[in-house]
Design a protein around this ligand. Structure first.
Ligand code: FES
Length: 163
């Protein structure tokens, strides 16, 4: 499923204008755009290239090098699972496998219904209580496979309740 995308080019122009004279302006610009509209639309690449006097390939190269930058809109909920060492020692690998199988998607992908985007993250400050994860702004610790299922069900039920 294609997740609906729309953005205001004026927002992008304002971010570029504000940040283009910073040292190493490309990353602050890309961060600003993702923060504002949730991803880096392909349509803004020529604009960034023009403003920074770079080629489109150079801008695209940076966007695709850093997995943090999304090239498509995220799902309704972004699920981040900690991949750092302490969580791995507490079973995060099994949780990651479970999450990928349950959502039928890999890291940096979105479920076919557009509900969940799965991403890795490196430490959420819950190292003694791993595996840790977030769903949107909400932080969860000691996440078992069952807890993961319950959390996702709760998010889907909340959506049905709001509909
Ligand atoms: S290592 Fe996972 S929260 Fe710190």
């Amino acid at each position: 499923m294609d997740v609906a995308s729309s953005f205001n080019i004026k927002d992008v122009e304002a971010i570029i204008k504000e940040r283009r004279s910073l040292p190493g302006a490309m990353l602050p610009i890309l961060h600003g755009i993702q923060e504002k509209i949730g991803y880096i639309p392909a349509e803004v690449v020529p604009l960034i290239a023009l403003e920074l006097n770079l080629s489109r390939a150079e801008v695209h190269g940076v966007i695709s090098y850093y997995h943090f930058f999304r090239q498509k809109p995220a799902g309704r909920h972004v699920v981040q699972i900690c991949r750092a060492e302490a969580c791995q020692a507490n079973g995060a690998d099994a949780l990651v496998q479970h999450a990928k199988a349950t959502l039928a998607c890999d890291f940096h992908e979105t479920t076919s219904d557009g509900e969940f985007t799965l991403e890795p993250v490196y430490c959420l400050g819950q190292c003694a209580c791993g595996p840790a994860m977030t769903i949107g702004e909400d932080l969860y610790a000691r996440v078992s496979n069952d807890k993961f299922n319950r959390l996702l069900s709760t998010k889907l039920a909340a959506k049905r309740g709001a509909a």
